[in-house]
Design a protein around this ligand. Structure first.
Ligand code: SF4
Length: 103
């Protein structure tokens, strides 16, 4: 007989991994709103009415312009393509384990 032990338990929806291997850094003040990032990876990038891109899910580490987001390997290729396409080179990816700046 099956019990009722599962009742009342809520399914927890996991957000995107916050403890990924890669740290994305975005310097918003240098953004010119070219939107290449959004074209390449719209799930994470969105150009706002202000003419600057927003890195979805990121937090500002200086409270002003430097935004950071940790991502897992599953997002690496798309984020790297967005960073490579940025004409102002304001998107960077750092390997958290080694400290190596990939771009
Ligand atoms: S590609 Fe670079 S300059 Fe263009 S909107 Fe994205 S972050 Fe800004």
């Amino acid at each position: 007989m099956k019990g009722l032990f599962g009742m009342g338990k809520k399914e927890q929806k996991e957000p995107k991994p916050a403890d990924g291997k890669w740290l994305v850094q975005y310097d918003k003040k240098g953004c010119i709103g070219a939107a290449t990032c959004e074209a390449v990876y719209p799930e994470r990038w969105n150009v706002q009415g202000s003419g600057k891109a927003e890195l979805k899910g990121s937090k500002s580490s200086d409270g002003i312009t430097l935004f950071e987001l940790q991502i897992g390997q599953d997002e690496f290729d798309k984020m790297k393509a967005a960073a490579e396409g940025c004409p102002k080179n304001v998107i960077h990816i750092i390997n958290k384990e080694t400290g190596e700046k990939i771009i």
